[in-house]
Design a protein around this ligand. Structure first.
Ligand SMILES: [Cu+2]
Length: 203
């Protein structure tokens, strides 16, 4: 029910952000070397998780928080559509990684419950704020906390780029918030195909 209520609410708020921070992302894009670096946070089951554990698969990484009223539920719903376009074997080789920028509220159980709504293969990550901030910088993402009078207490404005990591953990593509499910699925297929061609030729 929550998902149904959130989606009509998304459009008024979300476009200001991608534009504002999308620009910053373009100009402050982290170096490819930095983006490739390993990082360690805590997953939705409370276990340590290193991004290098996903080598050999493709990963879609984005930054957000579970009480986000706009960009996060919109992105996760779009990714549900991406998974529907992909076949079983393509889906198995893809993992979505949701990195919370709100560790104060997004504990592992909160992340687990939230991500279960979207029925996609997702790892939710949280951890100490300093560790999260380091990963945010690594990818050239952005966020800022905005105090509000609402019951939630504060709102977080965050960049909405979606990073596609190839099988070696390198950023193969950065998607904009406006990119549609079909475009994302096509790019995932292209990168998966490239990965399997390289594996064949190195045999
Ligand atoms: Cu969000």
């Amino acid at each position: 029910m929550r998902k149904v209520l959130l989606i009509p609410f998304t459009f008024g708020l979300c476009f200001a952000w991608p534009t504002r921070y999308g620009q910053i992302n373009r100009t402050e894009a982290a170096s490819a070397v930095a983006q490739r670096a390993d990082f360690k946070l805590i997953d939705q089951d409370g276990h340590p998780f290193q991004i290098s554990q996903l080598r050999g698969k493709l990963a879609l990484i984005f930054f957000g928080y579970t009480t986000c009223p706009d960009a996060c539920p919109t992105t996760l719903s779009k990714l549900s559509r991406v998974y529907k376009v992909l076949d079983d074997s393509e889906q198995k080789r893809l993992v979505t990684v949701f990195v919370s920028v709100d560790p104060g509220r997004d504990t592992p159980p909160v992340l687990k419950k939230y991500l279960a709504y979207f029925r996609i293969n997702t790892i939710g990550l949280t951890g100490p704020k300093d560790d999260i901030d380091q990963v945010v910088r690594q990818y050239g993402a952005k966020y800022e906390i905005e105090q509000s009078d609402s019951a939630a207490g504060y709102h977080i404005n965050h960049s909405t780029d979606l990073y596609l990591l190839d099988e070696r953990g390198e950023v193969a593509h950065t998607f904009n918030y406006a990119d549609g499910a079909q475009l994302i699925a096509d790019e995932i297929r292209r990168v998966q195909r490239q990965g399997s061609d390289e594996t064949k030729s190195s045999r």
